[in-house]
Ligand binder design. Structure first.
Ligand code: MN
Length: 724
């Protein structure tokens, strides 16, 4: 294949065409500088390497970008691939260019490896680098576009696949986010060609087949549309195109239709002078052709978050061909084509930093500040990049854009972080609804707040926006830290008092550096989560103890549980620990899987964010924690004789399906001092009821007694203690 490379004068001509005042001399100097720097380097295609930065610069002229950006494109690979230094670039082309080249170089060094952790860290760096100057991202996207256009020259399949995947997952969504629609479509389609060549080919074949049936359908339809508009005295530019194979493919997957049913493979744009004419044109189109139900979208009154605005509709158009129409003004068209670059092109000067594309970047940075690790960050942001949007409104009528399946909690956080932190309820279209309710387009949402409310950990399971997630997690972390602090404090108190020493903040303050902590409370937290044992702290404060130490203590939380045990009396080990008294301040609850009762052999599992869960020792759930000994607490009961306290146990029964059998059942239980707190019929057949009963009893012996009596009852076929 013979390919021609743009030449120096052509590049300058292209720039001059939209920016007559461009610094021609500087562009020429950059051209020569980059060409010399790359010298005899070659591309995989066999072309001189310099053809690549030149093509990248060429792509950017299509977006009418300013001279500095074009020069950055020419120089973008010099730092990475040649001897050139940033100082040289800064000296020759000024600081702004040097900074941008540095930014692009940083982006280039980032590879999105398959390793989730590295990918995440890299994405974080990526966002930081591009947030310096959005033009850095424009150069990087153009760089990627040219690399994708020449991807087939690369020999190794694995490398091609990795680059294509990265393009699909990261670069195409980024291009969409900053509103560069064409760029996004081409990137996707090129990646699609690499990742699913067969799928793409089958779509191309089908398109060929459709074309062969008719003549040049697109120009016929354009002509007819133009005729219709001029008859109605509307001045408009109409153009049309076939959709890209990838966008057709995605629509097929999304709507789960075969290619035969998918008939709207063509999209037409009608560009008119003003907003009013847009609606007028829509009216004319709908009057002339039947509209396809459910396809009308008004991005004019509510633009997409990336700034895109247009009217969309699908009609059964000329000769009943199903076509998509996009109606917009010239300026909207520019924004749709150029995205953020439309704000950055030479004549705009300083871009509108309040524009929607920038808001997105600012939000990314905000999420970055609130997340603990890069993985969390990737999770927050990736989710959002791929979601569709829902438009909802505040009671005052302000528009809140949210990703698809966002909930009232997401809405609250989108309004303001404080509103999110304190929300207790939501009125959606005037009705009280649960906070987890997913919002629909057009919902009016009023958030009810209370100063006493704090974010609730279960929210994390249903929110979808990064902002909400980041705030909820931060709160959970904070709460966790407080719990660990309380726990650590109590562990230390015991460790110290057991050794007959006094625990003082002053004593602890003196040993902070040993444990690499900067405050007493963070030392408490370290002890509380088991990173440091009470004994270690004790010995640090009173080094004399170190010598007298006998056997090493187990250095985790379990040692605390052991320390709490009462001293053996008469050689007998009493394993009596009051569960409630064990860890002051730490939430504790009975596992729903095994319903432990006093008398059962029990263990505790420390669960991040929700305290300790108590299981019976034979509970199957424990298998999942086999390798996490640091989370196990050795527990036992400390229940006073004749305690009136009741505990819930669970039994499964199979009862004969005969009149009176259920009555018998409840009588037997009541006679034996049990209380049915919950009863559920799990299964009902002609012969039997399978029933699950939660029953309040004193302890495990009490429950065993009840079970024994039930087994002796004629109407009852089988009884078991419930284990799940
Ligand atoms: Mn490059």
């Amino acid at each position: 294949m013979v390919r021609t490379v743009i030449r120096q004068f052509e590049l300058v001509e292209k720039i001059k065409a939209y920016d007559p005042l461009a610094n021609e001399e500087l562009i020429n100097r950059a051209y020569v500088f980059a060409m010399k720097a790359h010298g005899s380097q070659k591309r995989a295609s066999g072309d001189p390497y310099f053809s690549h930065p030149l093509e990248v610069a060429g792509i950017l002229t299509e977006f009418k970008l300013d001279t500095d950006t074009i020069i950055t494109a020419l120089l973008h690979d010099t730092i990475e691939d040649t001897e050139v230094t940033l100082d040289e670039i800064s000296g020759q082309f000024g600081d702004p260019v040097a900074r941008m080249v540095d930014g692009v170089t940083k982006l280039t060094r980032i590879e999105f490896q398959s390793d989730q952790a590295k990918q995440a860290e890299n994405f974080r760096k990526f966002v930081l680098a591009m947030s310096e100057d959005i033009r850095v991202l424009l150069v990087k996207l153009s760089d990627r576009l040219h690399n994708m256009r020449t991807l087939h020259y690369i020999g190794q399949l694995e490398k091609r696949q990795r680059i294509a995947r990265e393009t699909m997952d990261i670069y195409a969504p980024l291009a969409e986010r900053i509103g560069m629609q064409e760029m996004k479509q081409e990137l996707e389609d090129l990646a699609f060609a690499e990742l699913n060549c067969d799928g793409r080919q089958s779509i191309l074949n089908r398109l060929d087949f459709l074309r062969a049936k008719g003549e040049d359908l697109i120009s016929v339809i354009i002509e007819e549309l133009q005729e219709l508009l001029s008859k109605n005295k509307i001045k408009a530019e109409v153009n049309g195109r076939e959709k890209t194979p990838y966008s057709i493919w995605r629509k097929m997957k999304k709507n789960d239709v075969g290619f035969e049913q998918l008939s709207d493979t063509m999209a037409f744009r009608i560009i008119v002078s003003d907003v009013e004419t847009c609606y007028h044109t829509l009216g004319v189109a709908h009057a002339a052709y039947p509209a396809v139900p459910g396809r009308f979208k008004d991005y004019l009154s509510t633009p997409k978050p990336n700034g895109y605005s247009s009217l969309h509709t699908s009609v059964f158009g000329p000769e009943r061909h199903r076509i998509e129409l996009q109606i917009r003004t010239r300026r909207m068209h520019e924004i749709a084509e150029y995205g953020v670059a439309a704000h950055w092109n030479y004549k705009q000067g300083i871009p509108d930093s309040e524009g929607p594309q920038y808001r997105w970047l600012r939000e990314l940075l905000e999420i970055l500040e609130h997340t603990a690790g890069p993985e969390e960050f990737l999770e927050h942001t990736k989710l959002e990049m791929f979601s569709d949007q829902v438009f909802s409104f505040t009671p005052r009528g302000d528009l809140i854009n949210l990703p698809h399946s966002a909930t009232a909690v997401d809405f609250a956080y989108a309004v303001h972080s404080e509103v999110g932190d304190c929300c207790v309820g939501a009125k959606i279209n005037g009705r009280m609804m649960p906070l987890r309710t997913q919002l629909q387009n057009g919902d009016q949402v009023e958030i009810i707040t209370s100063k006493a409310q704090t974010p609730s950990p279960p929210w994390e399971r249903f929110v979808v926006t990064g902002k909400a997630r980041a705030h909820i997690r931060r709160f959970i972390r904070l709460q966790e830290k407080q719990e660990y602090e309380k726990l650590g404090h109590s562990i230390l108190q015991h460790a110290f008092s057991k050794a007959d020493y006094e625990l003082t903040e002053k004593g602890l303050a003196g040993v902070l550096s040993i444990f690499k902590q900067d405050s007493v409370s963070s030392l408490y937290a370290e002890v509380g989560n088991g990173n440091v044992s009470g004994r270690q702290v004790l010995e640090a404060v009173y080094p004399v103890l170190r010598k007298s130490r006998g056997k090493a203590l187990v250095e985790n939380v379990v040692s605390f549980a052991q320390a709490r045990r009462k001293k053996p009396k008469n050689g007998e080990v009493l394993r009596r620990i009051s569960i409630k008294g064990l860890i002051p301040g730490m939430a504790m609850h009975m596992a729903g899987c095994c319903h432990p009762l006093p008398g059962d052999r029990i263990v505790g599992i420390i669960t991040i964010g929700s305290g300790v869960t108590v299981h019976t020792i034979d509970c199957e759930t424990l298998e999942a924690f086999t390798n996490m000994s640091e989370r196990w607490l050795d527990l036992s009961w400390e229940i006073p004789e004749n305690s009136p306290e009741m505990h819930v146990g669970r039994i499964n029964l199979s009862v004969l399906n005969v009149p009176g059998s259920l009555g018998d059942l409840s009588t037997v239980i009541a006679k034996n001092g049990g209380n049915i707190s919950n009863l559920k019929i799990v299964n009902r057949s002609e012969e039997f009821f399978d029933i699950l009963i939660d029953i309040e009893v004193k302890d495990v012996k009490h429950l065993t007694d009840v079970i024994a009596v039930l087994r002796a009852t004629p109407a009852i076929n089988a009884v078991d203690r419930g284990r799940g």
